[in-house]
Design a binder for this molecule. Structure first.
Ligand SMILES: Nc1ncnc2c1ncn2[C@@H]1O[C@H](COP(=O)(O)OP(=O)(O)OP(=O)(O)O)[C@@H](O)[C@H]1O
Ligand SMILES: [Mg+2]
Length: 279
């Protein structure tokens, strides 16, 4: 599904290193992951391997643990039990350098979290300089390259408040990319956007997928999942209920829970009517 975009400036070779043939070492590996908040067992044994260059979309109802799973991968949450490996090294090891782990993992949230008092370029250069110790010229060069990637070179000097939500989210993606991550995690990156702005953000994510970036994407965008994902993972109640190709999971789900969820996401109005009848 992925192919290298001609003229793409970053990782042009990665698109060829596909994918789930079982031979490559997983880029992300989750083993027996549990996470509880007090008595609330949110993740109840997640096992998941993501190959280099693979795009995995995670879907499931609210509260099923999707965000918690992503947050455990980059240690924004500490797992209660289990292990997480990124690029073959265990990030859940007690002696791990958490900052070093986070440098390897880009994360994009529903809320863009840009600094309002900094220009677009400064939003991209500040973390490169603070976290990676790049000098000003190098950070600016890498910022410019990544703004070009997301189609926002003309906004380099603008402040976030003057940008649309979709543009701000693309800046947030460029900011993550400027750190040179091995993998990118997206947590509902288009959920806060007006519908007409969603497409530009998804186009940037599609470009990243085509460039061979390893991506884990929590999303309700079923069209995106169908077209871009190599694999769809359906979660409910803190476990993976089923997973497979988009055609398998979205097109021909095997479990009632998946079918019920999909019917609500794909046709919310009909689902509301159905619930109204029941209630
Ligand atoms: N920091 C926290 N402290 C306590 N409980 C939490 C915390 N983070 C998440 N939870 C609980 O964990 C459960 C799963 O939350 P999570 O955010 O992972 O779900 P989700 O699948 O991402 O849902 P949504 O689709 O609404 O984003 C919820 O019951 C939530 O209240
Ligand atoms: Mg969530």
């Amino acid at each position: 599904m992925s192919s290298t975009v001609p003229g793409s400036p970053v990782n042009p070779s990665k698109g060829n290193m596909k994918k789930t043939d079982g031979t490559a070492r997983p880029e992300i590996e989750v083993r027996g992951l549990h996470k509880s908040f007090g008595d609330n067992q949110v993740l109840r044994g997640i096992d998941l391997e993501i190959a280099p260059g693979e795009v995995v979309c995670v879907i499931g109802p609210s509260g099923s643990g999707k965000s918690t799973l992503l947050r455990c991968v980059n240690l924004l949450e500490t797992p209660t039990a289990g292990q997480v490996f990124v690029g073959g090294s265990e990030v859940t090891h007690p002696d791990v350098d958490i900052d070093a782990v986070r440098r390897r993992i880009g994360m994009v949230f529903q809320q863009f979290n840009l600094f309002p008092h900094l220009s677009v370029t400064e939003n991209l250069t500040l973390p490169q300089r603070r976290v990676l110790g790049r000098d000003k010229a190098q950070a600016a060069q890498i910022a410019a390259e990544n703004l070009q990637r997301v189609g926002l070179s003309d906004k380099a000097g603008a402040y976030p408040s003057s940008l649309s939500g979709g543009q701000q989210q693309r800046v947030a993606i460029a900011r993550a990319l400027a750190m040179g991550p091995e993998v990118m995690l997206f947590d509902e990156p288009t959920s806060a956007l007006d519908p007409e702005l969603v497409g530009d953000v998804l186009a940037v994510m599609r470009m990243l997928a085509d460039d061979g970036m390893t991506m884990m994407v929590v999303t309700h965008e079923m069209t995106f999942a169908r077209e871009v994902a190599d694999r769809v993972v359906f979660m409910d109640g803190g476990v993976i209920v089923e997973q497979g190709t988009p055609d398998q999971v979205i097109g021909n789900p095997q479990h009632d829970r998946t079918r019920h969820f999909l019917s609500r996401v794909l046709d919310p109005a009909a689902a509301d009517v159905e619930e109204g009848k029941q209630g």
